[in-house]
Design a protein around this ligand. Structure first.
Ligand SMILES: Nc1ncnc2c1ncn2[C@@H]1O[C@H](COP(=O)(O)OP(=O)(O)OP(=O)(O)O)[C@@H](O)[C@H]1O
Length: 308
């Protein structure tokens, strides 16, 4: 899958503003972003539902808009909102969907894959939200797609249902399916994705493996602000910055050891304890919040370059 300088306008509003990335066969690629960042719009162009306003998009080397039927035969799509007939059972829903496909897989096989075998005779109206999302997934994989689009597949799921879905997605990928996923859950991207892209206001702010995206974002050192110490009295550390959130001092430091040494020297001088101090690498969430908050989306973000 190849996206080059994709722009997509709705009237005067440009929802996607020059996005480029590639997804290799068998890869799981996650598109992250704030609400309205342009993830669904990008997916829709890749799925062939609309043409780019400018730029090019190729899926299996084909133009998904001009060559829609050919692309769709090999593609599965799980939309944000699946529309079901609530009075049909799970198995009837899958059976009726099979009628639209040229080479559908057996209903029982697909229901087993998404963990809905026990619910085959249950009416859709009686399913939980998480089970309905898994029925969406069953329909998306019914044609044994080479490429699967998952638009926020676990939204509304409890943690256990989310983990079940992650396992299913991992199994699909292990069987050779390429997956393009959008998600608001950074943990989901961290768990599943080979590479991630962070989208902000129609642009890519960062693209790469999770490690690449995190690189250069330093270490986080946190400790509860000691009693009697104000934010203004916290020390500066070389190559780092400090802030206080909810009574917790948060340092972002390029180099960990000198930052810790400076903090310990300061604590000794002020005769305070750094009780509860924690040191950890930047998480995808830290990077996401940084990028989203300072609106850093740029035209210059290139693949593999990580953030910044
Ligand atoms: N059919 C449309 N007509 C006009 N504007 C649209 C249309 N679809 C989307 N938009 C606008 O384009 C922008 C990008 O929307 P899009 O749905 O692609 O974002 P998203 O990243 O998927 O957001 P979310 O995470 O909330 O689903 C939004 O500002 C949205 O209001």
């Amino acid at each position: 899958m190849e996206v080059r300088d994709l722009h997509r306008r709705y009237g005067d509003y440009e929802a996607v503003r020059g996005v480029s990335f590639t997804v290799a066969r068998g890869e799981l690629f996650a598109l992250l972003g704030t609400n309205g960042a342009g993830k669904t719009t990008t997916l829709e162009v890749l799925e062939g539902y609309g043409p780019p306003s400018s730029g090019t998009v190729r899926v299996f080397g084909l133009d998904p808009y001009a060559q829609g039927p050919e692309v769709r035969r090999r593609t599965g799509v799980m939309l944000q909102e699946g529309g079901f007939f609530k009075e049909l059972t799970v198995a009837e829903t899958v059976d009726s969907w099979r009628g639209f496909l040229t080479a559908p897989r057996p209903t029982a096989e697909v229901l087993a894959q998404v963990g809905l075998t026990e619910r085959a005779g249950t009416r859709v109206a009686q399913l939980s939200g998480g089970e309905r999302r898994r029925l969406d997934l069953a329909l998306a994989v019914l044609n044994a797609p080479d490429l699967l689009f998952l638009d926020e597949p676990t939204t509304g799921m409890d943690p256990e249902a989310r983990r079940t879905t992650w396992r299913i997605v991992k199994e699909l990928q292990a069987s050779g399916t390429t997956v393009l996923l959008t998600t608001h859950y950074l943990e989901e991207a961290q768990q599943l994705a080979d590479r991630v892209a962070i989208m902000d206001k129609g642009r890519l702010a960062a693209v790469g493996t999770v490690e690449e995206v995190l690189s250069g974002h330093g270490t986080r050192i946190t400790f509860p602000l000691p009693k009697g110490v104000s934010e203004a009295q916290l020390p500066q550390v070389t190559g780092g910055s400090a802030s206080v959130t909810d009574g917790v001092a948060v340092y972002t430091a390029a180099r960990t050891a000198p930052a810790l040494a400076a903090l310990h020297a300061w604590a000794a001088e002020w005769s305070v304890e750094l009780d509860g101090i924690e040191v950890r690498s930047a998480s995808l969430e830290d990077v996401f919040l940084e990028l989203a908050h300072d609106g850093r989306g740029t035209d210059a973000a290139h693949e593999g370059a990580g953030a910044r």
